[in-house]
Design a protein around this ligand. Structure first.
Ligand code: OOG
Ligand code: NI
Length: 463
């Protein structure tokens, strides 16, 4: 019997999730359509240059999802479902710290890690876990009630987890098991029609709309599914022209004339979705919740630790200069700061050690009798090797917090006199039972592998 390989499972899952989400949230389909139009236009205008950070095939199919779970056990289970699809936890994001007000979660992103797998299908899921033990958000009584509620629910049926474990171990599934796995996996992220306990939801909502979305219901669901676009400023204009209400800003680096770096994101505002509510007397009424939104993103070159530190420092500088000025001024302020401090070309970013590149031997370099120089910089300058930018595959905590915030109905509360519970990548790794990988190490490994290959071909050991 035929088998379905891991990456085909991943691609099929992403596609089915997209179809399901399009039915649940029709504005998402508009976003995907407009993204496709923009991408086609950019490809027509810029030709091969438009594909410098990924083939148009990859970019068109590319999505990231966002989901939210309540406990370490649920996170461990979702890690098995994504493990089946060849996705590993990468990066630690503490949204409790990054936001101006309350988002009581810590997060990671599940994604493929090696270059070939990313090129086949880069599907990733930003995954957040609620932190009921954090006293800044939940007092002892609410924490107890919340944890008790969460332990009684089952997000992932045992049959799904068993199939997931097999797919992860074998890196494939027989076709009929693959079909069953996909049905159960997509079903686990569908919006439930079960009535929401109105009083309980409201109690959590006073702390944080995200806490209510996670801990106020008995199942999980996709929060958003994000297509990738090659010109996010143009997309923003076209969505606005269509009368779709977008959040105020594009998060991340400003629009500028230099290379795209890291990640720029924006979204349309969360829509009111009909949900039935159960009242204290047991009766059910029609209600609506506004939690799911439509996000879109543009991806740029991955920055090194040093490049990232510069990015964070510049964000701080923009904040200072933008304080007290009208919100519209921020874009121009940011552009000016950028142009002063970030090199305006790939070559300069590389030479300054600010961004990641891989290197490839130039086969048709004219021979001039000279031997290869011993440094990467000189090899590039003298035309022996060509540098290719590495695309950023991860997320930005500040943008994530901004995206969470701009779509929340209420501000929520955080008691800043309390000491927060410590959480870091190591503790999250313990909770999931798998190592949360360091994104910088993954990019560096890609670069180093390419250098080793070049070094071997040229007989250089120093690279
Ligand atoms: C996740 C928000 C963060 C991103 O792309 O930065 C995010 C959520 O709303 O659950 O998805
Ligand atoms: Ni997102």
């Amino acid at each position: 019997m035929s088998t379905i390989s891991q990456w085909r499972l991943r691609a099929a899952f992403a596609e089915r999730l997209s179809r399901m989400y399009g039915q649940e949230v029709p504005a998402y389909t508009t976003l995907v359509d407009v993204s496709r139009e923009v991408n086609e236009d950019v490809l027509r205008e810029r030709g091969a240059d438009a594909e410098r950070l990924g083939s148009i095939g990859r970019v068109t199919a590319e999505r990231h999802g966002a989901i939210r779970v309540g406990t370490p056990t649920e996170l461990e289970q979702v890690a098995r479902v994504f493990g089946a699809l060849g996705m590993r936890p990468v990066g630690f994001y503490d949204l409790r710290e990054a936001a101006a007000s309350a988002v009581p979660v810590v997060s990671t992103a599940f994604r493929p890690v090696d270059g070939e797998e990313l090129a086949r299908n880069p599907f990733r899921v930003f995954t957040s876990m609620l932190t009921p033990a954090d006293p800044r958000f939940f007092d002892a009584d609410l924490r107890t009630r919340l944890e008790a509620f969460l332990t009684t629910r089952e997000l992932f049926p045992p049959e799904l987890l068993a199939l997931a474990d097999r797919a992860e171990a074998d890196r494939e599934l027989p076709a009929n098991d693959a079909e069953r796995f996909l049905q159960l996996a997509v079903g686990a992220f569908e919006l439930s029609s079960e009535p929401v306990d109105k009083a309980w939801y409201g109690t959590l909502e006073r702390i944080s709309a995200v806490a209510a979305d996670i801990g106020g219901v008995r199942s999980t669901h996709v929060n958003h599914l994000t297509p990738r676009v090659l010109d996010i400023d143009e997309l923003y204009r076209r969505m606005t022209e269509r009368g779709i209400e977008m959040i105020d800003t594009i998060q991340g680096p400003p629009a500028w004339k230099g290379p795209d770096v890291l990640l720029r994101q924006t979204s349309f505002r969360a829509l009111a979705e009909p949900r039935s509510m159960r009242l204290a007397d047991g009766s059910v009424e029609r209600g609506a919740l506004r939690v799911r939104f439509g996000e879109v993103e543009a991806r740029g070159i991955a920055l090194t630790r040093q490049g990232r530190a510069l990015y964070d420092q510049l964000l701080g500088r923009v904040d200072e200069q933008a304080a007290g000025r009208p919100a519209e001024a921020r874009g121009d302020i940011a552009r000016t700061v950028w142009e002063r401090h970030i090199p305006g070309s790939e070559e300069e970013l590389d030479a300054a050690g600010l961004a990641y590149f891989t290197y490839r031997l130039v086969d048709d370099r004219p021979r001039d009798g000279s031997g290869p120089p011993a440094t990467v910089g000189e090899l590039v300058r003298q035309g022996w090797v060509r540098a290719e930018p590495v695309v950023y595959e991860d997320f930005l905590p500040r943008s994530a917090a901004g995206i969470f915030q701009s779509n929340l109905s209420g501000e929520g509360t955080r008691d800043n006199d309390q000491e927060g519970t410590a959480y870091d990548a190591a503790r999250l790794s313990g909770a999931i039972g798998r190592e949360v990988l360091d994104p910088f190490a993954l990019y560096a490994a890609q670069r180093d592998a390419s250098l080793a290959a070049v070094g071997e071909r040229l007989g250089l050991t120093s690279l």
